[in-house]
Structures are given as C-alpha cells and as structure tokens.
Design a protein around this ligand. Structure first.
Ligand code: GAL
Ligand code: MG
Length: 944
C-alpha cells in the first residue's frame, strides 16, 4: 500500500557496460483504459487490434487522456494511500527476442522511469511492480524468457497510485513508460553495484582512487598508469575535476565477464569555516533548477535535448543545476560530468499538497508518517546508489516541500551510510538538524543579507542554532523566472559576492513547462493549466522558466548570463579593472576585443591583451590609446573564448564591460513663431491635442501610467501584498484625462491636463509645452502629482498612436533585447535595428514586454519611406506594438494578439521594476517610483 517495488532487484550503479543490452524503445502496442483493475487479458499473447504508442513517452501527449497541471494540489481526492476508481491506465505490450549470444548469466528487464506505477508480465507471468517514477526498477526475468523464441513483455501502468502522494511536484501530471525500457544480459561474474571513489587533496595536489565491486574486478586508468584490484586504493598526483575545468580520467572497471567504462573526476566537497569549499577553494553556485521538459514530449527527453540543456547552461555562464525535483535521466548527469556543471541531485519526494490539507508537517503528511518510511528510505538509497559515481554531484537532496517530519532523519542517514563524499541538502529542514547546508528559497534581499552576516533569527534550541549558524547558506530557489523577469539578479549577486557564507543559489526555473497544442482553428500555441480541460489547475504558473518552451533563451536568461559572467570588466579611473568571478581556474581561455562607439557608430576598435586573471582575483591593465571623440561615446569590451571549448566555439562571448567616455551635448531647442493650429510639423485640435505630425495622422499622445500587468505584479506567492492590488484600488488602469487649459503663445502651445481615476482625489497634472525650431516638434512635459500618493506607479510616460505602415525601428540606447530597470545589464548601449514585430517578446502569458530602456532616440520607418524619429533630452524607455496595452493585457496566449491598423508607441520616463514577486521577493525598493515632479523632453522629427 505505502508503495515500495515488488519483485525488483537490489539497486546498483548506473553504468556503461559492454554486456549485452537490447533497447526496447520504439513502438509498443497500446490500449488506453480507465481502470487498473480491468482484467489483465493482454499478458499471454500480443494483443490484436490495439493502437500504438511510442516508448519512451507519455500517453497524454500521444492522444490518450489529457495532461493536468497543478502546482501543489492533488487532482485526486486526498485519501492516503488509496486512489480513485477512475484511474487512467495504459496497457503496453511488445515482443522481443533474447539474443542467442547471451549465454548463461541472468537476463534483466530494466525500466529507467515509469510514472506512476506499473505491473509487469513476461510471457504471461507476473514478475513484479514498480515504484518511484523517476528511478529505475530492474527485474530478473531469466526464468521467464525463452531464448531463441519470441517473448512478450506486457506492462500495465496506472496514472494514480500511492506513489502519486509522494510525487506532488509542481509540474504536469504525465504518465507512462517515459524513459527507456531495456533488456540486459548480466553474464555470470558481471559487476553489480560498484563504487568509484576519487578524492582530491588540494593542499597536496593528490588524488586517492579506489573502486569497490561485488565481484572480483580490476580498476584500470591508463592515463594515470593505474591498474589495481577493486578494493585497493592508490594515491597519485592528478588534476582535479571542477565545473570550470571538468577534468575526467577515462578508465575501466572489469570483471572476468564485463567491462564498465568509467569517467573519473577527482574532487572533494566540504564545509570549511562555515563556507562551501570544493577542492580547497570556496565555490558559488550560479545555478538553475531544472525540470526535465520538452513541449512535445514532456518529461521524455531524447539525448539531444539533454545535451541542448547542458550547452545552453554553459553558454549562459550557469555553473550549477539542481535536479528539481527528482533524479534526472542518468545521461544528463553524465553530460554534467563531461561539460562541467555542479549538481544537487534530488530525491523523487514532494508532498506539497498536504500543506493545503492542513498538514504541512505532522503525521497527516507522509514525511512524518512512519508507514511511508520504508518507501522513502528506499527512494533515497536508490538515488544514491544509481548516481554516486558521478563526479558532478556535490550534494544529495532529500526532496522538496514535504515539510519537516520523522522520515527525514532516516532518509539522511541512509544517504550518509552509502556515501560520505557528498553533503546532504533538503529543501525544508529549516532548522538544518539533518542536513549539512542551510537552505531556503525566495528570500528577499534583507533576509538574505542577514544570513550572509550570520545574523539570522536564532532557533530556540541553542545547540541546533549553533550548528546551523556554522553552515554555508544557499538559495535552493530564487529569482522566479515567470513571465517578464526575473528582475533583481544583480542585487542578489551582490549579496552572494559580499558574504562568503552565501554559496549562491538556483534560479527557478530552467524552462517554461508549456505544452505545444492547437486551438479550434488549428493554430499552434503553448498551453498551460486550464488549456486541457482540467477539473482543477493552476493556470500558467507552470510557465516560469529562463527558456521559452521551444528552448529559445528568454531575456531573463540573457540577463543571468551577464550577471553570472566569469570576468567582470570595469573602468578603474583611466585603467581597466578585470575581476575574475571564477572559483577554480584562471581566465587564460579568454581573449578580448574593445570598441569605441560614438552615437552607436564604431570609431575605433582593437584587441585587448588579457592577462590570465587567477580565480577570484583582480588585475588592472592599461586602456588602449583612443582617438578624440565628440558626441556621446562609449567604450565596450567583449571577452570571448580564445579557442573552441567543448560547449561553444572560439569567439563565443562570455563577458562584457562597457562605460561612457563622453557625455552627449545638451541643447536648448530653438523656438520659432507658432500660430494655431500648428506648431512646426505638429497640428493640434481645439483641445490642444496633437492630430498630425507632418503627413502622419496620429492618435494624440496622452499621459499613460499603466502597463499590461506582468506575472510579478500579480504576485501569486509573494511575501508582500501584490502591488497590483494597490494599482487596481487606485484605478491606475482606468485613468481619465481632462484638458484644463490650452494657451497659444507666440512661440509655444501650452496645454494643461489632469489625469485621475473615478472616485479618487489623486491626480497627475501635466503641463505640455509644445515648441518648434521650424524643423521638428519639441515637447517638454512636466507631470506633477496632486494628493497624497502612496503607491508607486507602474509607469510614467505617454502613449501615441501611429499609422500601421511603420514596420521597423532603429534606436540608440540599450539593446538589442528588451530591458527593464532591474534587468538591463545584458543590454549594452548601442545602435540597434529590429522590425516592430521583432520587438515583441512572446511570453507564454502575454504581459508587458519588449521595452527598450535608456533610449536616446528611436526612428520608426515604413516601407513607403515615412519615418518618425523620437529623441529625448534624457534617455527614455520605448515600446512599439501593433496592439494596445489593454489588448495585450486581455490576451491569454500570444496567438490572441492580432495586429490592428495602428502602431502604438509608448515613451516612458520610468517604469516599475520587474522583481520576482510572482513567487518571492518584491521589486527592490530602489526600483519603485512614487510620483514626484517629473519632466520629459522629447522631440519628434518626421520625414517622408
Ligand atoms: C517552489 C517549489 C517549486 C515551484 C516554485 C514556484 O516553492 O519548490 O517546485 O513550485 O515554488 O514556481
Ligand atoms: Mg511544490
């Protein structure tokens, strides 16, 4: 009942072996049913008339049943350990041959992953059942198979089982044989479980290597001249393994009948003086939480997708991954070994939904219910045994969001009994009683800083408090990447850098888990909770990754890459300061180029001689000789890979530095005489509203404070009341505009407007001063708040409607991607071009996006030669869209956004930050603006 597997073999290390192996992936016969209690009438002979299914795969993504998304809630009545009668069931069958060459020994049927429970038959005999969806189950089928004849494997998989209660991760409920099924030959004398230990003593530069196996075997590492019996240990000079330099030694472990390939990495992880240390040096995680996900195949990933994930992580300067919230496919871990990523390997254990039942801890929750203990300890053991030969793993995690409880200590102990070379992490042992590292999630800057100083609130138990206070701290999750965001990565990073206790963290999460589907008209879109007819669901909370569902990097990932860059390049008076943010190796793999740009045009460039900066050290070098410049001038350095690396080609950009050398010239616009209704190229109606700009008919600019709310404004699981509530209360989404004064003077038109919401005494009074030098139209807009404002504004700026003929934009400011005040470091100042359509960022849930911040000027052009250039005396933010803010806010999928006949241009003095309050920290106080007197000086020049 409290599920453990039945009939399975003891767990053993995952390995690459030369023993016989037949991959049973491919097409299986399939029948979809609604009850695992139905007669098992398919186990004797290959059934006829069934449909087909692809293994590995989920049936919900192959036309049977439907995916369900819930965050914490159980889609079934909570009645542990029982499940409903209505229980989607997949019956699988296929034939297989046992190769004639498989003499003697045993034959094993292995399931790499089955969600959530399966009974297995071979040639009509039931051989056992599985447990733990994301861990292997092996069965000895020797006595059931017939060599030289066709054999039948039949599997019945139930969607719901007791396993479901302890696998309540925030992800899609997707079922089936979602990882490979293989038939393995285990010759007599083959190696069962085996452990490779490769310790590194940094002070001595020595590695200690040994292997243990359950049969006599030899450990051979040619490169090191090692050839020893299992059980013996050798000490020798080696290079260590690190995420930065993943030095692997290839070797073998061989018994009389089997050879296993080894990839050995020497390393030691420990807590020293309250700091997380690997190979004698402190390390910092610049990590990400990774669910296994593909928009078409769910958690069934092919090898290319796993490799893509690793390469994308490496190319974006990430150095660590937490396998949230279950052991990943073993190949992924092997790739982490090869390419270099620190790993926290997490057990397949989450009971979050019990919180909603009033049991965030205590006996009502499996974490504290002793009846579950065997299953939980078994899971922990199976993970550690499967994965302990992977050098990339630094920590075992007991699980996520199960609360504290009596089953935690036995799980931690089981881990320690099997492996003393890693640390133990658990997401929810806030006292740290059973773990080696203090961890928490989504803390705001203030609480994180207190932890950095070891000044966190004390625990009642003094001994426990001292134990915890001596531990390093990590954010197991932070910077919730839902929708537009996260903002504030820089502020987090500053704290990680300032306090040695803080060993970094893991951004939530890697990829938007949205599923490719089609609407009634056959248009493709990425679906989230509620798009699949779910009875209960949690909407688009599942779309919160740094990658879009198709694995295109989102602006959040581009920003993370910049914040996590291994080399920080800054100005130090008239020199260049190079600070290595690496933990282990120098920057000798990097080369750099510099360029000098005036108004975004390159005026000089060259290469920079980069010295190899040792890990965590600073070196200063001289600036190159630069020509004199006039006009706004920036100096930019781009550090790139000097030679090909396994994960990117030579020339791949890893770090940038940029600073301003010359300020722009300021200019008071000249004024020519004006007369109603025109100010230079601008023509106004009787209310002082701009009607046309040269030949362009415009929708008059008006003051605009609203943005299409982003997920972080809604604040689903934030720690402060959602800012959105205050915005709606104050009516910032429904402001009315009144014109109070229209005054034509000899050289200007002055209009005074008042912007306010129904039932509110708060207002923004705007003075619009329009002048012209005969060429363009100049606006000096001064906005003054009236009343006691207590709520920061979403935005402050104007919105202007233009003819839909405009198709492209060129600008001088931050780019090329979007940027916001607390997520703009990756967007360097320069001159960029994009189509208007290309300015939009396709968040799975439409919301404000596409802002280009700190723009000096933007020029919109049309295919018929019309152009409008908008320049600011001060930098401004702009967006250009074919729909209004209101249409953007109303859309629920990007496919809802249909281009209208206008281009809407917003120009902002400022905008509220992004933050990551959709789950966690609100916008940093420095990125919130209470209204105060603000002036925008903008000029419009029309051509064509
Ligand atoms: C965390 C949880 C994750 C995910 C995240 C919100 O609390 O561990 O699994 O739910 O919140 O997206
Ligand atoms: Mg959860």
């Amino acid at each position: 009942m409290f599920e453990t597997s039945r009939g399975t073999l003891p767990p053993r290390a995952w390995s690459r072996s030369d023993a016989g192996r037949v991959d049973l992936s491919g097409t299986w016969a399939f029948r979809y049913g609604d009850s695992p209690e139905a007669p098992a009438d398919f186990v004797e002979a290959l059934p006829e008339g069934w449909g087909e299914i692809k293994v590995p795969g989920h049936w919900q993504l192959q036309g049977h049943g439907a995916p369900i998304y819930t965050n914490q809630r159980y889609p079934i009545p909570v009645d542990v350990p029982r499940v409903p009668d209505e229980n989607p069931t997949g019956d699988y069958a296929r034939e297989f041959d046992v190769p004639a060459s498989w003499d003697g020994g045993r034959i094993v049927l292995r399931f790499e992953g089955v969600d959530s429970f399966a009974r297995v038959w071979v040639n009509g005999s039931e051989i056992g059942s599985t447990s733990a969806s994301r861990l292997p189950n092996e069965f000895d089928v020797t006595d059931h198979v017939r060599r030289g004849e066709r054999n039948l494997v039949a599997v019945r998989v139930a969607q719901w089982s007791a396993n479901s209660y302890i696998e309540d991760q925030d992800m899609w409920w997707l079922s089936g044989l979602f990882r490979e099924v293989t038939l393995l030959h285990r010759p007599d004398g083959s190696i069962g479980d085996h452990v490779i230990t490769a310790d590194f003593d940094a002070a001595a530069g020595l590695g200690t290597l040994s292997a243990t196996a359950d049969v006599p075997a030899r450990l051979v590492v040619p490169e090191l001249g090692v050839d020893v019996a299992a059980g013996e240990s050798v000490e020798l000079a080696v290079e260590p393994w690190s995420a930065e330099e993943p030095r692997l030694y290839r070797g073998t472990l061989a018994s009389e009948s089997e050879t296993i390939e080894l990839a050995i990495g020497f390393r030691r992880v420990e807590v020293a003086d309250g700091v997380l240390v690997v190979n004698g040096r402190p390390i910092q995680f610049r990590g990400v939480n990774r669910h296994e996900f593909h928009p078409e195949t769910g958690r069934a990933l092919d090898e290319q997708t796993m490799l893509d994930d690793v390469l994308l992580m490496k190319r974006h300067n990430l150095n660590a991954v937490r396998t949230s919230h279950y052991p990943p496919h073993p190949r992924f871990l092997e790739l982490c070994d090869e390419y270099g990523l620190w790993v926290i390997d997490e057990c397949d254990f989450e009971t979050h939904g019990f919180g909603g039942q009033g049991f965030s801890s205590g006996p009502g929750n499996p974490v504290d219910d002793e009846r579950w203990q065997p299953a939980l300890v078994e899971r922990m053991r199976r993970m550690v045994i499967r994965d302990r030969n992977r050098p990339s793993i630094l920590m075992w995690s007991l699980g996520n969001e199960c609360g504290p409880g009596r089953n935690i200590a036995p799980m931690a102990n089981a881990g320690r009994e099997l492996d003393t070379t890693r640390l133990i992490h658990y997401e929810r042992d806030f006292t740290s009683e059973h773990v080696d590292i203090h961890a928490n999630m989504y803390l705001d800057f203030h609480d994180l800083e207190a932890l950095g100083r070891r000044e966190e609130e004390a625990l009642d138990d003094a001994a426990l408090d001292a134990h915890r206070r001596a531990q390093p701290f990590i954010l197991s999750e932070y910077a919730h990447a839902m929708g537009n965001g996260p903002g504030g990565l820089t502020e987090y990073q500053e704290l990680f850098d300032r306090y040695p206790r803080l060993a970094g963290g893991f951004i939530w999460e890697w990829i938007d888990q949205a599923i490719l589907t089609t609407d009634a008209e056959g248009r493709e879109f990425y679906g989230y909770g509620g798009d699949f007819g779910e009875e209960i669901h949690d909407g688009h909370f599942v779309a919160d990754g740094l990658l879009f569902p198709d694995r295109t990097p989102s602006p959040g990932l581009i920003e993370a890459k910049k914040v996590f860059e291994p080399l920080r390049i800054e100005a130090a008076s008239d020199r260049i300061r190079l600070e290595s943010a690496r933990d282990a190796v120098t920057t000798r793999d990097l080369a750099a180029r510099w360029s000098l740009e005036t108004e975004g045009e390159v005026v000089a460039s060259g290469t920079l001689d980069l010295p190899p900066v040792p890990a965590r050290e600073v070196v200063e070098i001289a600036m190159p000789d630069l020509p004199e410049t006039a006009g706004e001038t920036w100096f930019t350095v781009r550090a790139v890979l000097a030679a090909d690396a396994p994960w990117a080609e030579a020339g791949h950009e890893v770090a940038t530095g940029q600073w301003q050398l010359t300020e722009p010239a300021t200019r008071e616009p000249a004024r020519v005489t004006v007369a109603e209704p025109a100010v230079g190229p601008g023509s106004f109606d009787g209310h002082g509203r701009l009607e046309s700009l040269g030949p362009l008919l415009v929708d008059a600019p008006h003051l605009d404070v609203w943005r299409a709310p982003i997920d972080n404004d809604h604040c689903f699981w934030g720690f402060e009341p959602p800012v959105m509530d205050a915005w709606l209360r104050e009516g910032l989404d429904r402001m009315h505009h009144r014109t109070d004064e229209v005054t034509w003077r000899g050289d200007s038109l002055e209009v005074v407007t008042r912007t306010a919401a129904a039932n509110s005494r708060l207002a923004l009074v705007s003075r619009w001063l329009w002048t012209s030098d005969g060429g363009g139209l100049d606006l000096a807009l001064t906005v003054t708040p009236e009343g006691e404002w207590t709520t920061p504004l979403p935005r402050l700026g104007i919105r202007l409607g233009l003819p839909g003929v405009f198709s492209d934009a060129e600008w001088f400011g931050r780019g090329p991607g979007e940027s916001y005040v607390d997520s703009h470091r990756a967007a360097l100042i320069g001159r960029y071009r994009s189509s208007i359509d290309g300015l939009q960022t396709p968040y799975v849930m439409p919301q404000d996006n596409g802002q280009r911040s700190e723009t000096r000027w933007v020029e919109l052009t049309s295919t018929d030669g019309a152009s409008l250039r908008v320049s600011g005396a001060e930098p401004f933010g702009f967006t250009a869209r074919r729909w209004t803010t209101e249409q953007l806010a109303a859309a629920t999928h990007p496919s809802d956004l249909v281009a209208g006949d206008r281009v809407w241009l917003t120009l902002d003095a400022y905008q509220y930050g992004l933050g990551s309050a959709s789950c966690g920290a609100a916008v940093h106080p420095k990125y919130r603006h209470l209204p105060e007197e603000t002036t925008m000086r903008i000029r419009f020049d029309v051509r064509g």
